[in-house]
Write a protein that binds this ligand. Structure first.
Ligand code: GLN
Length: 305
């Protein structure tokens, strides 16, 4: 396995030339393009990593998976899916178009509109209280590590995130958003700025590979049905308008973030995290996507074999 990961990192790294770090959040644009890390945690307790697996990066949209897990656990699926749909949007993550046609009801919790809505369902009135609740959940799935936010990335998104504010305002207009717009959007910005490494992220994803149970601690994190729902949403919507391509090339539930991370779950087997900051036009790590494709092929991980 170690030999496979080393070979994949060496081969996939060069693909980063085809991408660029996100620039619409200015603080992300300074990342080094040639970084590539991979980390694998298996359900039976083995861990493997290669390349820049211990470099910190911000979770960005990968946080949507964990915020959804936290809110599903708290509010149950009836309450959540009364407000948000479970269908792919086929549009970019930041799109406003469908939201107006569909009366403020987001297509799914993986696009920004859906994630801002899910964030509005976190307990607490202020963004600080919501974020604190989310962080407690996150630290529960990464025992022993204190997480923090990257203050430069947070400030940069706070200054430039007008599209996300527009999504929040539109949902507030339709009476769908469950808190003050500023609090939901700000808590969303904070959760996007949480710093992790590939090792952290792969560890954090293990409960999603284990039917909702963390195999290392033996603790049930979420109900089995919620785990199934999250994996299904990642498989159908986790890479937005590239979800079909990801299903074809990797064949696993996945979630990308514009910080350069991708989390992929092989249910019943393992959790894999990759990091490479150069992105394709749809906001996924180019080298990370390649690395996951190679890994999925080598280990025959695709669900669609
Ligand atoms: N914070 C980013 C945004 O809202 C997250 C987007 C992403 O990672 N795809 O634009």
């Amino acid at each position: 396995m170690q030999e496979i990961l080393d070979r994949i990192v060496a081969k996939a790294r060069g693909h980063a030339r085809r991408g660029r770090p996100a620039s619409y959040i200015p603080a992300l644009s300074r990342a080094r393009r040639d970084l590539l890390g991979v980390s694998v945690f298996t359900l039976d307790g083995r861990t493997y990593h290669a390349g820049d697996h211990d470099r910190p990066f911000t979770m960005q949209s990968i946080s949507k998976v964990f915020c959804l897990a936290c809110v599903l656990k708290l509010r149950g699926d009836r309450a959540v899916f009364a407000l948000v749909d479970r269908e792919p949007s086929g549009d970019p993550f930041y799109s406003l178009v469908l939201l107006e046609y569909e009366n403020g009801r987001p297509r799914n919790p993986m696009i920004n509109a859906g994630a801002i809505l899910i964030t509005s369902l976190l307990p607490g009135r202020t963004s600080a209280a919501k974020f604190a609740h989310y962080m407690r959940f996150l630290e529960g799935v990464l025992p022993g590590k204190k997480l923090d936010i990257d203050p430069r990335v947070y400030a940069s998104e706070f200054e430039t995130g007008q599209r996300n504010r527009a999504l929040g305002c539109l949902m507030k207009h339709f009476g769908v958003l469950q808190s003050a717009t500023e609090d939901a959007v700000d808590a969303y910005f904070r959760q996007c700025s949480v710093r992790v490494t590939c090792d952290d992220l792969a560890r954090m994803g293990l409960f999603l590979a284990g039917r909702g149970v963390d195999p290392i601690t033996g603790r049930r994190v979420i109900a089995e049905g919620h785990c199934k729902t999250i994996n299904a949403l990642m498989a159908t919507c986790g890479l937005y308008d590239a979800s079909g391509d990801f299903a074809h090339r990797v064949g696993l539930p996945g979630k990308s973030g514009v910080g350069g991370g991708i989390l992929a779950i092989a249910p019943g087997k393992m959790s894999v995290a990759v990091y490479g900051p150069a992105l394709d036009p749809k906001g996924s790590s180019v080298a990370g996507f390649e690395a996951l494709e190679m890994l999925s092929q080598e280990l025959e991980l695709s669900l669609y074999l």
